[in-house]
Design a protein around this ligand. Structure first.
Ligand code: AMP
Length: 123
């Protein structure tokens, strides 16, 4: 997959302060904010501040400090969003088959209700 970063994507604009967001958590290398179109009572997006397109790009190219910060930010968001006790789902869509709309890595933190099965079985 092409990992060329497109800096006009909506999350790049959020990181530059060009459009507003409902911040849940900000750390040195990560930002978390409420999804504008929530699909569960709790739906928070966690993004690294660096220009990474998707998870495998981030894992290969980010520094250890960025990876540690991002991983801890996701965990902290689970607590802040109030879903750590009853459970949650993390989703990171990537590329065409993952149906990724915004080409800046983001982890969806979803919870607050029973979410149902993850995917349909392969027939
Ligand atoms: P994905 O399909 O995994 O790329 O998800 C993109 C997500 O970004 C969707 O859940 C959108 O609702 C969300 N989104 C798009 N624009 C914004 C925005 N300005 N603020 C917060 N969330 C957004």
């Amino acid at each position: 997959m092409d990992h060329t970063y497109e800096d006009q994507n909506i999350f790049a604009k959020i990181l530059r302060g060009e459009i507003p967001n409902a911040t849940v958590l900000e750390t040195e290398h990560s930002l978390a904010f409420n999804d504008i179109s929530p699909q569960a009572p709790a739906h928070v997006l966690v993004i690294p501040k660096g220009p990474y397109v998707c998870f495998d790009h981030f894992a290969a190219a980010a520094s250890d400090a960025e990876i540690a910060d991002f991983t801890r930010a996701v965990g902290e968001v689970c607590r802040l969003a109030g879903v750590a006790a009853d459970g949650y789902r993390l989703i990171a869509n990537a590329g065409r088959d993952g149906v990724q709309d915004v080409p800046h890595l983001h982890v969806h933190v979803l919870g607050g209700r029973r979410l149902g099965r993850m995917l349909s079985p392969v027939s």
